[in-house]
Design a binder for this molecule. Structure first.
Ligand code: HPA
Length: 253
């Protein structure tokens, strides 16, 4: 089972498959958004809109634990996520796809773990699945690697914050990538993200930021993004030979 966590534009991948079934899953953390189950390239796919229907949950209000737990409950082993991001570097331009290899977490208020009543320290030396990243890279025109800075949102960043993130080694900035990647690792699921650069970050952009420019780029890139995901899915093999599948070994006290 392969999971896709997506937002605007990516919904169209559902229409590439067949036998769509829709479901809402109950989890100990609350209900999942309505998910779609379908087959693509003879593989079972689950599609979950991260923000639920009509973008009802802003980034800081998304129930990340319910979303990831629901994926696990359905038997998902690998998650392909899509995220809109701002660019911290002039060479990474709006419209580019970039596959982060690391992250810096500047979120503040999110439930970032499934393990609140026992001590589990998962390793995130390689926070994104290397195997999945390799498959995505071989499936289209993407930038290989970058550091994803996750902010709490929902506001965009100040120029001073963007300056600091860049000095710290950040490449792109978004509001939804964390704790998703960490929660997937905590349940031993592979996770990789295809980030679409929707704008230059605040103060790198010559203009004030608007949500319209974000949506405009996402809309313009959606066919290419769906194609990239489709090709990636076609290449995913049954067996996993990555670190993620045994992430809890040696993590529990
Ligand atoms: N900042 C944070 N999140 C974003 C941005 C941004 O510039 N663009 C798209 N998501």
């Amino acid at each position: 089972m392969i999971g896709i966590i997506g937002g605007t534009g990516v919904y169209e991948i559902v229409t590439l498959g067949n036998e769509i079934e829709k479901r809402v899953l109950k989890t100990p953390y609350g209900n999942s958004p309505e998910i779609s189950l379908f087959k693509l390239h003879d593989k079972n796919i689950v599609f979950m809109p991260r923000h639920a229907k009509e973008h009802s949950y802003p980034p800081h209000m998304i129930n990340y634990r319910a979303n990831i737990y629901a994926m696990k409950k359905l038997g998902v082993e690998r998650i392909l996520a899509t995220n809109a991001v701002g660019s911290l570097e002039r060479s990474v331009t709006p419209g580019d796809f970039i596959i982060p290899h690391d992250f810096i977490d500047f979120t503040k208020l999110r439930n970032g773990s499934f393990y609140d009543d026992k001590t589990v320290h998962i390793d995130v030396t390689e926070p994104y699945c290397n195997e999945l990243r390799r498959i995505i890279k071989s499936s289209g025109d993407v930038i290989d690697g970058g550091v994803y800075v996750c902010t709490e949102g929902p506001r965009f960043e100040t120029p001073a914050e963007i300056h600091m993130f860049h000095m710290l080694g950040g490449t792109i900035v978004g509001m939804t990538g964390i704790p998703e990647a960490v929660l997937a690792r905590e349940l031993e699921m592979c996770y990789a993200s295809i980030c679409t650069v929707s704008n230059y970050a605040a103060s790198i952009s010559p203009n004030n930021l608007t949500i319209d420019e974000v949506f405009e780029i996402m809309d313009r890139k959606k066919h290419e993004l769906v194609k990239l995901m489709d090709t990636t899915i076609s290449k995913i093999s049954e067996e996993r030979s990555c670190y993620c599948k045994g992430a809890l070994t040696c993590a529990e006290i």
